[in-house]
Design a protein around this ligand. Structure first.
Ligand SMILES: Nc1ncnc2c1ncn2[C@@H]1O[C@H](COP(=O)(O)OP(=O)(O)OP(=O)(O)O)[C@@H](O)[C@H]1O
Ligand SMILES: [Mg+2]
Length: 280
């Protein structure tokens, strides 16, 4: 099983859009996927049309020890389960402040889920912060995907993000590595995005060879700015159901092809899975 933490403490860079469409595209390829919404904003849940209002149990109940992930997950579409979140989750930071081992709660919960249900992928959508929820995701994951919007402040904060990842790797999760940077909201009509991408490559090349992010790559697929990606959440659908022929679907399908290509290096999938690309 591959476990992917989609993180960037910067807001609005495409974390949720990437988490949801990555999870949904992998599910369309026959992979069994669980998408865990770790943001109190609950955007990933809403994007997949999953109800997290009222009495619906959420990931908050998992952090507070009242439920398991198996109790709260909901089947959203074929092969894709969503663990929803809502505003209650915002209290977790304070409520867990004195709890020993609070960074390991999600990891334990995922281990228990996997004993009950074979899965090929877990995708975790993080909030825009480096707080306890993101640390839980980093402790539970093997891979980190960093969505990044290539504009003039894009590199600001990247060092902090890498340092946090390195710290978690040292202290809590030796298996963790940064798989790659996903360039989102990419503007093809100006030089700026291409220039920032060059700066980013330079930054990675210049890093200390012992830095844990030294092997991080920039995924070849660029996720262009596309209005259909912004519209899809209000219909509670992934881009592959909402606008399968749109540039947004084409770009995320290309990213998924890259992700699936790396399966050979990772553990073989549990499910008898296809290797075709997502129909776009
Ligand atoms: N490639 C794109 N083209 C057009 N709109 C996009 C694209 N990617 C994301 N968006 C839109 O940009 C906004 C921010 O994206 P998203 O919610 O994925 O970012 P985020 O990093 O999860 O934000 P937050 O930090 O608040 O969790 C959303 O309205 C989303 O629909
Ligand atoms: Mg988000």
């Amino acid at each position: 099983m591959r476990s992917i933490c989609v993180m960037n403490q910067k807001g609005g860079v495409g974390k949720t859009t990437t988490s949801v469409n990555l999870a949904a595209g992998l599910a369309k390829l026959g992979r069994r996927v669980c998408l865990i919404d770790l943001d109190p904003q609950g955007h990933a849940s809403l994007h997949m049309g999953v109800d997290a209002f009222g009495q619906t149990p959420t990931v908050y109940d998992v952090f507070s020890g009242k439920k398991t992930l198996a109790d709260v997950k909901q089947l959203a579409v074929d092969n894709l389960w969503v663990v929803p979140s809502d505003l209650d989750l915002a209290a977790t930071e304070v409520e867990l402040a004195d709890t020993p081992g609070r960074e390991m709660i999600l990891r334990g919960a995922i281990d228990r889920l996997c004993q009950q249900q074979p899965l090929d992928y877990i995708v975790m959508d993080c909030p825009p912060s480096l707080g306890v929820l993101t640390i839980n995701a980093l402790t539970a994951a093997k891979e980190v995907f960093i969505p990044l919007q290539p504009h003039f402040l894009a590199l600001q904060g990247l060092s902090k993000l890498f340092e946090t990842t390195a710290l978690v790797k040292r202290r809590l999760n030796r298996d963790l590595s940064v798989s790659g940077i996903v360039l989102c909201l990419y503007e093809t009509s100006t030089r700026l995005a291409a220039d920032i991408t060059d700066d980013l490559m330079h930054f990675l090349e210049q890093s200390d060879p012992r830095a844990p992010w030294k092997n991080a790559r920039i995924f070849d697929s660029r996720i262009r700015r596309n209005i259909k990606l912004a519209e899809a959440p209000s219909f509670g659908q992934s881009i592959f159901d909402y606008a399968p022929k749109s540039p947004g679907a084409v770009d995320y399908a290309a990213l998924i092809t890259e992700v699936v290509a790396a399966e050979v290096a990772a553990a073989p999938p549990v499910a008898p899975a296809t290797t075709d690309t997502v129909a776009a």
